[in-house]
Design a binder for this molecule. Sequence first.
Ligand SMILES: NC(=O)c1ccc[n+]([C@@H]2O[C@H](COP(=O)([O-])OP(=O)(O)OC[C@H]3O[C@@H](n4cnc5c(N)ncnc54)[C@H](O)[C@@H]3O)[C@@H](O)[C@H]2O)c1
Length: 457
Amino acid sequence: MKVAVVGTGYVGLVTGACLAEAGHQVICIDNNEAKVASLKQGRIPIFEPGLEQIVRRNYDQERLVFTTDVAAGVQQAGVIFIAVGTPALPTGESDLRYVEAVARTVGEHLDSAYRVIVNKSTVPIGSGDWVRMLILEGVKQAKVPVTPLGHEADPVTPNFDVVSNPEFLKEGTAVWDTFNPDRIVVGSDSPKAIAIMRELYQPIVDREFAEAPGAPVPFVVTDLASAEMIKYAANAFLATKISFINEIANICERVGADVSEVAYGIGLDQRIGQKFLQAGLGWGGSCFPKDVAALVHTANDYGYDTRVLRAVVETNRCQRVRVIEKLQQELKVLKGKTVGLLGLTFKPDTDDMRDAPSLTLIEHLHKLGARVKAFDPIVSASGIREGLSNVIVETDAYRLAETCDALVLVTDWKEFRNLDFEKLAQLVNRPLIIDGRNFLDRQALTKAGFWYVGMGR
Ligand SMILES: NC(=O)c1ccc[n+]([C@@H]2O[C@H](COP(=O)([O-])OP(=O)(O)OC[C@H]3O[C@@H](n4cnc5c(N)ncnc54)[C@H](O)[C@@H]3O)[C@@H](O)[C@H]2O)c1
């Protein structure tokens, strides 16, 4: 099938590359010229394991092309994905200006052939109908083509359906997630559009590219609003699970229990499960904060006060500064002290720093007069420095350790487990480590000479 994906970020690029790998003809479109130019040269603008190989392979085999030209994509494709960003406005509401711009532009370039227009961006409930309206406005705004004889051609008869197809991939395992999804959700009331989406995803439903064979991937068909709600409800639930265990961690600290053992004990209950029960310094990233905020905002728009979700957000806000409280408990005055952060990204195996807890820590440490150093396996090497002014970004963990009064493990990068902690303990000013993810081996660190402080243990 011929597919266009508008927006070539974490979601759009992975979706486009994986659909090409699955045998479709894909045009990836982005209005960032530098990004498109670098993709054409085989350079992947984001760090995502396994992505580079499939982008290169499909680009070389001409199943995947990159362009800045929306018209080219719209005219050639039968399925058009909208995968642009929907960041949060200061009010918590989603900023839909990118979706709006794309929807109008798509409308301007439609002809009378049938198209499925797929909202993959996470958009507030009800956006499917809004996107439909914008496309229709785009159709009206389009210049009426002129025939070679100088007559105006017939106006375009809009012939499309809008479908919601929320994305559940996780940064760091996005390619794997796309080929091994827990479910594919499609929201639409058009049997024709649903049939096309089913055909598009059939190789993935059949697990042709999955790690292991298995039962077909559940293909969940709903109405538009329910599909949009599934995305928000999933992220809100996961954020709730983390805030819940962080609250339990804070109680554990007071009563002398160990939250890791508690999480294991409750996670064995199949109704609860082990995942998303790692206590730590709070959730962040490009999705949870904005999606929970958007759901709260939508509920408020409809006169409903989301008491649980407000508490989830507030618990997370406090959790992010628990590390500061722990540093103050251990070091007392932070002014003039040097704190070294191990990890900056919001999770391992990504270069994404959007709303990362590290940024909150940096802000608080600077306010309190501390000097901040950091080492992150990807950020240090990539040259990303947004939000890191006044942070000394080191090239390895040993250089980071020099002159530090405390180390804080912020991101659970696997390689941090293999550091030579005896060497680190020699290099630091003071062998204090706050394990913000309960990720390191407390006994090994203590043996290496560190004073180890975890979360909820
Ligand atoms: N990142 C994730 O892990 C993830 C997971 C699930 C869902 N989502 C959702 O998917 C959507 C995209 O997220 P992302 O992380 O990929 O965003 P992103 O910021 O990485 O990528 C968005 C891309 O869209 C491009 N763009 C913006 N306006 C455009 C236009 N008018 N024409 C063409 N391109 C345009 C930008 O240049 C950018 O490359 C969001 O709604 C997000 O909530 C993200």
